[in-house]
Design a protein around this ligand. Structure first.
Ligand code: NAD
Length: 323
């Protein structure tokens, strides 16, 4: 089995550098996918309320523990706070619901999914709530990040999550958060691939002791199914001639080069696949090393192209998170 190194978090806990992403893993297969990923050697699972599959993912975990594949304390389960639960008093109850869905007593890491506070939607009315209040209406809530973060800090005190962190935050808001945080974010999860290198944000995270997790490591690949214009029009990174020739030199797949580029730069990765061969291949990306020159060449692909933003999924004049 591939040995996965740990990243030491500022909370004192170890986080596996390679994990498994759960976005778009269908409810019909999620339990088996998680079970088989544990069998393949994955220990970190990256979930979220918004992925709508926490119950099934939890069933996969429970079965793996029952069958003796792994112990709970060997796993690192991540989940995220959806935008409609940013009001301070909503945080603990929704985490308790998410833990119950997973069948867990604690998360290893719980992140603010997006720095966007939306009006509360009762989970008994609609779950997961999504971006819209009703129809195509976006309703923002007045909760500040300080209010939400203070409630996130209470999760640690209540032992509902061992570490807490943020996702999709950019520098200015992180500096603001650090001004009031009693517990600094342990991790920052961001879109990161050769088309979106975000070097300054990585510099900030390093200087402040915040570990960074990359998502959508294959760039446009994850967004083709939404027919996003700039994802469809770009040549897939795994078909790029430069990436392919680096891969050939190492006797590896282009996908593994993209993942290794991120892990050698110190980031954690959470690729997702439901195909056993790719699940194994993504983990095995740790088994070779790129040269410094190859890493530089791949970083040179940077074009500042971001796929995962609300305005790419639906027409909006009200949500410009990354402006
Ligand atoms: P990904 O990079 O894991 O996968 C993109 C696509 O590539 C998928 O369709 C997958 O089937 C395919 N793929 C996977 N391995 C491959 C391989 N070896 N060769 C060829 N194709 C392969 O993209 P993702 O799902 O967008 O991101 C990974 C995880 O990051 C998600 O599952 C989720 O957990 C997390 N995420 C978080 C946020 C956030 O806002 N915090 C946003 C997006 C994703």
């Amino acid at each position: 089995m591939v040995a996965v190194p740990n990243i030491k978090l500022n909370s004192g806990y170890d986080m596996p550098q390679v994990g498994f992403g759960l976005w778009k893993v269908g409810n019909d297969v999620a339990s088996d996918v998680v079970y088989n990923a544990i069998k393949a050697g994955y220990r970190l699972f990256d979930g979220a309320c918004d992925y709508g599959n926490e119950v099934e993912c939890g069933q996969g975990v429970a079965r793996a523990i029952k069958d003796g594949l792994v112990k709970r304390e060997e796993l690192f389960i991540v989940s995220k706070l959806w935008n409609t639960f940013h009001d301070g008093e909503r945080v603990v109850p929704i985490v308790q619901k998410q833990l119950a869905d997973w069948g867990l007593e604690y998360f290893d890491l719980y992140l603010i999914h997006f720095p966007v506070a939306l009006e509360y939607v009762d989970p008994s009315v609609r779950y997961p709530p999504g971006w819209h209040y009703e129809g195509d209406e976006i309703r923002r809530s007045k909760a500040t990040i300080q209010e939400t973060w203070t409630a996130m800090e209470s999760l640690v005190e209540k032992k509902l999550s061992k570490s807490i962190g943020i996702s999709n935050f950019q520098s200015q808001l992180i500096y603001d958060l650090l001004r009031h945080a009693k517990i600094p974010p342990a991790t920052l999860q961001i879109e990161h691939h050769p088309f979106l290198v975000q070097q300054e944000l990585l510099n900030l995270a390093k200087a402040e002791g915040i570990a960074v997790t990359a998502y959508s490591s294959f760039g446009p690949a994850s967004f083709l199914e939404f027919n996003m214009t700039h994802a469809v029009e770009l040549k897939p990174l795994i078909e790029d001639e430069t990436i392919k020739s680096i891969a050939a030199k190492h006797g590896r797949d282009a996908s593994q080069v993209l993942l290794r580029w991120a892990t050698q730069r110190g980031l954690a990765i959470i690729p997702k696949s439901t195909r056993p061969a790719l699940i194994a291949s993504n983990l095995a990306s740790l088994e070779f090393d790129l040269s410094e020159d190859e890493i530089k060449t791949i970083s040179g692909f940077n074009r500042g192209i971001r796929f995962n933003q609300p305005s790419n999924y639906f027409p909006t004049e009200q949500l410009w998170i990354f402006g």
